[in-house]
Design a protein around this ligand. Sequence first.
Ligand SMILES: [Zn+2]
Ligand SMILES: [Zn+2]
Length: 671
Amino acid sequence: MSFFWQNEANFIVSEVTHLLRIDVSLRWRVFRVWFCVLAALLGCRDAAPNATAPATAATPTFSGRADIAAEMRTAAAAPRGAADGGGRAWIEDGPTAVTAGTLGSWRFIYEVGDKGIAEGGRIIFMTSPFWGWSVPQDRSAEAPGYVTVQTAATGVTLTPEISGSPLMGIAVGGRALASGERIAVAYGGATGARTDRFAEVRSHFWFGVDGDGDGTHRFLVDSPAVTVEAGQPRTLVAIAPSTVRPGGELAVRISLLDANGNAGFPFAGELALTSEPSGLELPAAARIDPADRGTITVRLRAPSDGVFRVRASGAGDFVAISNPIVVTAPDAPLILWGDLHGHSELSDGTGSAADYFRFARDVAGLDVVSLTDHDHWGVLHLDQSPDLWAEIRAQAEAFHDPGRFVTLQGYEWTSWEHGHRHVLFFDDNAALYSSIDPRFDEPRELWDALRGRDAITVAHHSAGGPIAIDWSIAPDPALEPVTEVVSVHGVSEARDSPSVIYDPVPGNFVRDALGRGYRFGFVGSGDSHDGHPGLAHIASGGTGGLAAIIAPDLSRGAVHEALRQRRVYATSGPRIYLRVALSTHPMGSIVKRAELTGAGEEPSLYVHVIGTDTIDYLDIVRTGMPVRRRVAAPELEVVIPINNPQPGEYVYVRVVQTDGGLAWSSPIFIE
Ligand SMILES: [Zn+2]
Ligand SMILES: [Zn+2]
């Protein structure tokens, strides 16, 4: 089997595991079948080696995917022929803009480049491989995604190689194709092809060329693309800061989103605004004009104390109630909301880097965000594309606005041998150490490269999902102070967590890592691929992820310091307010036992949580199994005795809401 198929198949197969979390029951079946087809067709290995592992065993069974890493390295090193990636392609007929989740048909022309294409070479056609474009098929003109290929070049035969994946080959036979000769690819036919579910400015129809028939190819960087636009609004969201100083101003972001969480529909209407309970100074109504593209910012003023929500209603039958807004003491730290992990079109996600940052700021109302595209994963690779890496860094700097919106330069070190970590920089000079570069392909080599820099790494989907983390390598305590416990992939905290990650590896949860003596704070982040940082839970229909960062001000330095001190907590997406302290020591602290017991009083855990829905349970996790308390209220403030704490113990809490929303405090460690 020729090499390019294997490589691309692995790439797509792994994306299958990304997709599994969405519409889980259906997609499980569909993509398992898809994978089985690919596996049989392509001779590649099982994408989910841990799927059948017993769920209750305690022994870690992490095993890396060295096979994928090796194929990545081989593919990266394989020489490309001069004719690979030659020529150009364009849309001859068909729309240049479509609505997300609808149908369209296109006719593309590919024109051979000046090096020609040898007999035995291939042209590759690939729809944007994620999020719902119909898979190209040549079986039925009545089914979506029907493809035909034609050429006027006499003596040339074109053989479509349909793979059941978004990637199809078109084998060139009979004779070589000469420079300037053309082939036509029709996609969709009379029935149409289903479009991407997620809005973006450039959804590519990728053309690739293996000009010499050696099995390696290059994609045309300027492959044709269409704009995918948001559909009709289905939900209204109102997002507020969780903390505001007495008498302070705050901005609430209000957006109309379509069924897939896309913003941007040119809507016109009016919203009534109220403070619940009364107390916030706010306008009684706000107008949405088509030029607002469904998103407005309303500025309010807080009173001297209290807890409030903003209710927005109208524009049809829409109603949104914001997360709780807590007026703090004048000198109290703020809760900053961050999404520190997500992807764009620059690796395997949706939408441009600029649109990612814009959504994070204007729609999701984030305070802190990082775009962490993969170093070597996706259609194009950051570690081989200096322009793409420069684009991420440039956009991060363009949007960075200390005091209002903090961006962090970063990327994802996508190791298939040791597990994935994203790397975050707190200066304007990020460096990319690739997970397939032999100098940096082991976590300790990565940390050595980062030592002395204002940077951290964050292990993610560590209990399973696409690949678990190899916890046998102790995380660097200085460079890995926090860990991601929740994202769209699910929850990696513990086997007893709600919404546990798919394909969990027994003994590999974050709580198991705490059991090894590692100390981290907990963050959530979306790992979004849909262009919706901060709101990844909307389209996932389950978990997303947010990092609550407790800091005195909104700057890169303050965010870095809060992460280093573990003054953070995690949620699955909703902006749940949570404060936790053991005696006087806030979450993330490392406390000496004598400091807790010296005063003669038993230490106690203070917990204050204000939900975005009814809080079902508060789970108190003290060095192992949780102890559950029924809450059944929107707010809880309690003091819980922690008897006789011992060195080596830790304690944290987990909040479970009726709507499935989750939050975790960082642990407090006792030594
Ligand atoms: Zn990852
Ligand atoms: Zn990721």
